[in-house]
Design a protein around this ligand. Sequence first.
Ligand code: UT7
Length: 339
Amino acid sequence: MQISPNGKNRKYNAVITGVGMYVPEKVLDNKYFESIVDTNDEWIMTRTGIKERRILENGATSTLATEAVKDLLRSRNLSPEEIDVIIVATVTPDMFFPATACLVQDNVGAKNAWGFDISAACSSFLFALRVGSGLIESGLYKKVVVVGADKMSAIVDYTDRNTCILFGDAGSAVLLEPTEDFSYGIQDSILHVDGSGRNSLYMLGGGSMNPSSHETVDKKMHYIYQDGKAVFKVAVVGMANVSYEIMQKNHLCSEDVAYLVPHQANLRIIDATANRMGISRDKVMINIHKFGNTTSATIPLCLTEYYRNGKVKKGDKLVLAAFGAGFTWGSIYLTWGMD
Ligand code: UT7
């Protein structure tokens, strides 16, 4: 039994040993939105940092998740039968039940896996990563796949300029495996929910509170509603504070952190978080300009792109951070374990 840097008595740390991603081909740029709502490229770029986003024309969230997992398996040369658990982080499951994880399991042929979905809005991936790591740390499982996937275009009202310009569709996945070398892997996490924020960002229709009816459809209750300004204020403080807190707790100074990996909702929120941590822009993973806010997929998508572009190296200390509906927010500190 080893004592981890965080003083936890356990044999294993969970480390990311594979990544995968899938973005649909269809691109919606800011010019397109100028043609459907009263907006313009300059407003979108300066207020959000988004230039374009991808939209899935045929298929559902399980399509995005399945392709991401297949990409991960290909890149690691793994057979699907080796997967023990599949966790799908999403707010746009294919349907209420069965869980999207079941569809992904069947699609990829992961015959020996069990799995489930996790819903925590834009923090879904962080929460799923924490749960998946726990399964590895317990010593019960050897290969846990954590997927972040959302088909946001399924719940966006394309007549509402406040929200339609923000979101895109994508899927991305990481593989977690055990390591006995505690210098690598998930080192610490600080995660929060505060349900008193539930009225600022939600989709009201279709659940047990407002089962689907002609009325819920007429009232557009199956679309995202966001009080952008209210969410912005708490997101800036929440994401910046929790990222700073995890650095303090783990005695990290800004020079120790190779990258901040933030949820990609708004470049201004990302900058505020980096400023609070004392980290310059070149040490922040950013792809919001290409994909917009893909909810559960933003963080693994950044990890996959930056790793594949050779920008992340073994031993790099990363701080992941997210804020989303609920409210939900948090930060995970990990040490990259792949060459
Ligand atoms: O991912 C999960 C959590 N979500 C977030 O973190 C999102 C947090 N919020 C935000 O990122 C920002 O609040 C938005 C990007 C959503 C909006 O930016 P903002 O700077 O807060 O704009 P605002 O809501 O204060 O709106 C300013 C003005 C308003 O006009 P008036 O009332 O001042 O005349 C809006 O109607 O901009 C208007 N506006 C637009 N104008 C052009 C809103 N959307 C648009 C648009 N194009 N697409």
